[in-house]
Structures are given as C-alpha cells and as structure tokens.
Design a protein around this ligand. Structure first.
Ligand SMILES: Nc1ncnc2c1ncn2[C@@H]1O[C@H](COP(=O)(O)OP(=O)(O)OP(=O)(O)O)[C@@H](O)[C@H]1O
Ligand SMILES: [Mg+2]
Length: 310
C-alpha cells in the first residue's frame, strides 16, 4: 500500500475532560483537494494542528509526506505550507518585507524569493499594496498575505484552516481561485471549513467531523445524494385543513406547520404531489402554493452531523 501525502491514523487529542479528537483516521490522496467539514468545536483545528506538528497527539500517528510528525517534523515542514486558523504577519513590516523574511526562514535565494513573492502578490491582488505596512491591511488582505507567505517555498502540500471564514466576496474569490490553480498544477490541499457549499464546489472528497469523530467521508455529491433520499414539499391551501388529515396521507413521513404553509417530509415527490392534489380535492380546498425542496447543503450538513432529525 502506498501512502498518501496525509495519513491520519487514530489521531486522538484530549483536553481535560474533552476528547477534542477521537481516533480519527483518513488518508488524503496525491493531488486532491480534501475538505474537512464540521460545526464549531468539532475538532477541525485540533486535527489540523496535530497534522502540521503544532501539538502532539495523545494517541495515534500523523504521517505527512511519509514523515512521522512526532519524530521527524522538520523535513516535512520544508515541503508543506500552512494557513492556520489565527495567523499573523508582522504588522509593522510591509507585505513585501514579511515575504522576504519568510524566504530567509525557508532558505530561499533572494532572487527566488523576489520572483515568487511578485507572482503570489499579483495572483492575490496585493502587488500595488506590497510596500504598505500590514497594520493598514484589511482582514481579507491580511489573510491573502498569510496565504502568500504559506506558498512562498512552493510546497507540494498545503493546509488551510478556514481560509475564507469571515472574508469579503473579493478576498474569498481570489483565495479560492488561487487554490484551484495550485491544485491544477499538482498541489495537494487540505482545508477545513464549516461552509458546505464551499466544500461542495472545491473539494474532491469531504470528511465530516462532529464531536471529535469522523462521521462520514466521501465525494461531496455522494454525501449530498445520501441525504437527498428524503425530500420536502411545502404546500399551502386556501382554507384550513387539519394537521391530522395531512399527517394521514400515506406519502407523508412527517409534517409541520410553518405560518400558512405545511412543510412535509416525503419519500417521493412525484407521488406526494399527486396525493396532495387529490387530498385538496377531497377536502374542498384549493392549493395556493406547492413547492418541492431539495435539501439545502446546510440542511444536508445538519442532518449528517445529527443536529436535526431526517
Ligand atoms: N487548547 C485547548 N485547551 C482546551 N480545550 C481545547 C483547546 N483547543 C481546543 N479545545 C477544545 O477542543 C474542541 C475542539 O476544538 P477545535 O478548535 O479543534 O474545533 P473546530 O472544529 O476547529 O471549531 P471552530 O469551527 O470553532 O474553529 C472544543 O471543545 C474546544 O473547546
Ligand atoms: Mg477551528
């Protein structure tokens, strides 16, 4: 068996009485974008910090590019880049100076640092602001700079912890399109997010973590399909109908009143529509609105993480 660039094996981290990460295992394949998705406090950052050698695991192993992060982190770190959850550039230096400093840390030649810095600043829309002190940067500009700093040494593997969280549309767009370009050029990417839509658009595979446990791992479409087996229909009538009568329809799995609408969970939308139409006729009611709803990604996510019942 060949190892992927990231091999998490039974990773575990305990803080006091909280098991922040509980025997999490997965492999990230060469050249894929792997999304690590979960709600607040799920253990995304803790996992990322163990993978990148910031904190040691209490159990299990993180193998990065073949190196055990517990015993051999230095060589791995030369070959991967990290955008942590909270990162800081030196605010009293300019973006350019920060990048040159980073180049020195990685032992790059001045010429290579300059060429690479120019290229990254250009791609991230920061070139014309490169000599300004970072303290004058907006949040989105700072985050773009942090990304440029993580990429200066041309890592083959990149970790990002919620890289677009709280950013404006333009920064988000610049960051995501750079990630796509890098990935096309062969960079493997691991990113955490709680944005299902982002994961769906960007990632080849997605792992879902909740309460420290990895609860699902698959292609985003397959995760979506898995929860789409149950559909929703929203209907309103031009007169009162009883909840009991609604619930008694064979196709209805569950029903709830929301304003003047009924929200129904059904197994098959086609059958549901036919049954609702004949229900209305039988009860002498007219249908005012009738909508079928595929579960939104947020809903999908909440269901997968068990926060709402299917
Ligand atoms: N240094 C620490 N000391 C104590 N508890 C911690 C520490 N770091 C994390 N935790 C706890 O571990 C759990 C997982 O936290 P973590 O930061 O990994 O979650 P997350 O998925 O990154 O959440 P978010 O989406 O809010 O960033 C939480 O219960 C958190 O309170
Ligand atoms: Mg986090």
């Amino acid at each position: 068996m060949t190892n992927g660039p990231i091999e998490a094996r039974d990773l575990t981290k305990v803080f006091g009485r909280t098991t922040a990460v509980d025997r999490v295992s997965f492999s990230v394949r060469q050249k894929e974008i792997f999304g690590f998705l979960g709600p607040n406090g799920a253990g995304k950052t803790t996992t990322t910090r163990m993978l990148t050698g910031v904190i040691p695991p209490d159990g299990g192993t993180a193998l990065i590019l073949g190196y055990d992060m517990r015993t051999d982190p230095v060589r791995a770190k030369q070959r991967f880049g990290v955008v942590p959850e909270t990162a800081n550039a030196y605010t009293d230096l300019s973006a350019w100076q920060n990048l040159m400093l980073m180049g020195e840390l990685y032992g790059l030649s001045r010429t290579r640092s300059k060429a690479r810095a120019t290229e990254l600043l250009e791609a991230l829309g920061l070139l014309d602001r490169k000599d300004q002190k970072v303290q004058a940067y907006s949040k989105g500009m700072k985050q773009r700079l942090i990304l440029a700093m993580a990429l200066l040494h041309e890592p083959e593997l990149l970790f990002l912890d919620e890289p677009t969280s709280g950013l404006d549309v333009q920064s988000t767009h610049l960051i995501l399109s750079l990630l796509r370009d890098l990935n096309r050029a062969g960079t493997t990417i691991f990113l955490t997010t709680h944005n299902m839509e982002e994961a769906n658009r960007l990632c080849d595979r997605v792992g879902i973590i909740r309460n420290g446990r990895l609860i699902a791992l698959d292609a985003p479409e397959r995760l979506k399909a898995a929860i789409e087996r149950v559909h929703r229909v929203e209907v309103s009538f031009d007169r009162e109908v009883s909840g009991g009568d609604i619930a008694a329809m064979e196709v209805v799995l569950s029903s709830a009143r929301e304003g003047d609408k009924w929200r129904l969970t059904v197994e098959d939308t086609d059958i549901a529509i036919r049954e609702i139409v004949s229900f209305a006729r039988q009860h002498g009611a007219g249908i005012v609105t009738l909508n079928t709803l595929a579960p939104s990604l947020d809903e999908a996510f909440l269901r997968l993480t068990g926060e709402v019942e299917p």
